[in-house]
Design a protein around this ligand. Structure first.
Ligand code: PNS
Length: 164
C-alpha cells in the first residue's frame, strides 16, 4: 500500500515555504496530494482556478506530487483519497495554537487520522501568503519568496504597483 499524505491549505498563493514543505513531505511519503481548499467563507485574493493553476505549475517536475481541490470536511476528503495523514507546515511556536486546535478537531471527528507537522527551512519562517501579498500590493519585489509561476500571477494581479 503506498503511503499517501494530504497537504491541505488555501495556497493563496503558493509560496516558497509551501514548496519546501511539499518536498519534505515527499521524502517521507510515497505520494503527496497538495489539496487547495475551496474556502467559501474566506475571501481569497486568487480564485480557486488560479490557485490550482499556480500550484500545478509549481509542482510540475516533482514526482509523486498531485494537486487537487477539496470542499467540506478535510477528514472526509482524506477518506475519499485513501489517506490517513494530514501534513501541515509550522513556522513558529505561535502557529501551533491554531494547528493544535485544528488537529484536535480532526482527531475528534476521525480518530484514525494523524496530523504531521513539518518545519520549513529557516529561510522561510517569516513567509506567509498574506504578508507577501501585502508587500506586493505596495510595490515590493516578491521573486525571493514565491516560486516563478506564482511570482507571475502576483505581478499581474498587483501590476500597477509591483516593480519588475
Ligand atoms: O492554509 P490555511 O488557510 O491555513 O488552511 C486551512 C485549512 C483549509 C486546512 C482548514 O481550514 C480546513 O481544513 N478546512 C476544511 C474544513 C474542515 O475540515 N474543518 C475542520 C478542521 S478545523
Amino acid at each position: 500500500m503506498p503511503r499517501i499524505a494530504v497537504y491541505p491549505g488555501s495556497f493563496d498563493p503558493i509560496t516558497n515555504g509551501h514548496m519546501d514543505i511539499v518536498r519534505r513531505a515527499r521524502r517521507l511519503f510515497d505520494k503527496v496530494i497538495l489539496t487547495v481548499a475551496v474556502n467559501r467563507s474566506k475571501n481569497s485574493t486568487f480564485t480557486l482556478k488560479e490557485r490550482v493553476a499556480m500550484a500545478k505549475a509549481c509542482v510540475r517536475g516533482l514526482s509523486g506530487v498531485e494537486v487537487d481541490t477539496f470542499e467540506g470536511l478535510l477528514v472526509d476528503y482524506l477518506k475519499k483519497r485513501g489517506s490517513r495523514v494530514i501534513i501541515r507546515g509550522v513556522r513558529a511556536v505561535s502557529d501551533m495554537e491554531y494547528e493544535f486546535q485544528m488537529a484536535s478537531m480532526n482527531r475528534a471527528i476521525s480518530p484514525e487520522v494523524e496530523s504531521v507537522f513539518l518545519m520549513p527551512d529557516e529561510r522561510y519562517t517569516y513567509l506567509s501568503s498574506s504578508i507577501i501579498k501585502e508587500v506586493a500590493r505596495m510595490g515590493a519585489r516578491v521573486g525571493d519568496y514565491l516560486p516563478a509561476p506564482a511570482v507571475e500571477a502576483v505581478r499581474k494581479r498587483f501590476s500597477r504597483r509591483t516593480r519588475p
